[in-house]
Design a protein around this ligand. Structure first.
Ligand code: PRP
Ligand code: URA
Length: 215
C-alpha cells in the first residue's frame, strides 16, 4: 500500500520494493532507452492498480450459468491523460489494466530557457467530464506542465482528477497544491530539489530524451 507523505499530505508515495528496484535501474545513466521505456511502463502498471482503488463504482446484476449475481462495475468511463511526450511511455502499463479507458492527449513542452510550459496539442473525448481523469507524466519538476494540464481538464468540466508521476520535486508538488488543492498525486519518489536548470536532483535526467533516445 502506498502511504501519504508526512510533509505532503496530498501525495501518496509508492515505496513498494518492486517499484523502487525498477526506479533505481531507471535512474542509472547507463540504462539504455529500451530498458528505460520497459521499466517505466511496468511501474505505471504497478501503480495503476492502487490508483484505481477509489474509482466510483455501481452495482449491477449479471446472469451466471447458475443464477443472478450482484456485481460491481466502474460507474463511468475513465480517461487516461498522458502529457506528451514522456507520458506516452506510461500508457501501455495503464491500458493493460484499463483496456476500455478513453485517452486524452495533451502536448506540452518546457521552454528550454524559462522552463515555462508551452502547449501544442490537446485532444479530449467529448464526454470526458462524465468520469474520472488520470493524468500521467513521469516527471513533476516546477509543476508548470502539470498545473497547465489540470487547468485544461477543469476547463473541459472534469471534477475527478488524479495525477500519477514517477519522480516529483517538492517545488512541483507545492506549485500543484497551490493551483489545484483538490488534486490527488501519486508518486514513486519525492526527490530533493530542482537544480538551476530546473531539473530534478537526483532525478533521472530528461525523461523524454531517455525514453525516445533523442538526447
Ligand atoms: C518533461 C516531463 C514533464 C515536464 C515536467 O517534459 O515529461 O512534462 O518536463 O517539468 P515541469 O514540472 O517543470 O513542467 P518536457 O518538457 O521535457 O517535454 P517532452 O516530454 O516532450 O520531452
Ligand atoms: N523534465 C524531465 O524530463 N526531467 C527533469 O528532471 C525535469 C523536467
Amino acid at each position: 500500500m502506498p502511504s501519504s507523505h508526512p510533509a505532503f499530505a496530498n501525495v501518496k508515495v509508492y515505496d513498494h520494493p518492486l517499484i523502487q528496484h525498477k526506479l533505481t535501474i531507471m535512474r542509472d545513466k547507463r540504462t539504455r532507452h529500451e530498458q528505460f521505456r520497459q521499466l517505466l511502463n511496468q511501474i505505471a502498471g504497478l501503480m495503476a492498480y492502487e490508483v484505481s482503488r477509489n474509482l466510483p463504482v455501481r452495482a449491477v446484476d449479471v446472469e451466471t450459468p447458475v443464477a443472478i449475481a450482484r456485481g460491481t462495475q466502474l460507474a463511468a468511463p475513465t480517461t487516461i491523460v498522458p502529457i506528451l511526450r514522456a507520458g506516452l511511455a506510461m500508457m501501455d502499463g495503464f491500458l493493460a489494466l484499463f483496456p476500455e479507458a478513453h485517452v486524452a492527449h495533451i502536448g506540452i513542452y518546457r521552454d528550454e530557457k524559462t522552463a515555462k510550459p508551452v502547449t501544442y496539442y490537446a485532444k479530449m473525448p467529448p464526454d470526458i467530464a462524465r468520469g474520472p481523469a488520470i493524468v500521467v507524466d513521469p516527471m513533476l519538476a516546477t509543476g508548470g506542465s502539470a498545473v497547465h494540464a489540470v487547468d485544461l481538464l477543469k476547463n473541459a468540466g472534469c471534477t475527478d482528477i488524479q495525477m500519477v508521476v514517477l519522480v516529483a520535486a517538492p517545488e512541483g508538488i507545492n506549485a500543484l497544491r497551490k493551483a489545484h488543492p483538490d488534486l490527488r498525486i501519486h508518486a514513486a519518489a519525492i526527490d530533493e530539489r530542482l537544480n538551476e536548470r530546473f531539473y530534478i536532483v537526483p532525478g533521472l535526467g530528461d525523461a523524454g530524451d531517455r525514453i525516445f533516445g533523442t538526447a
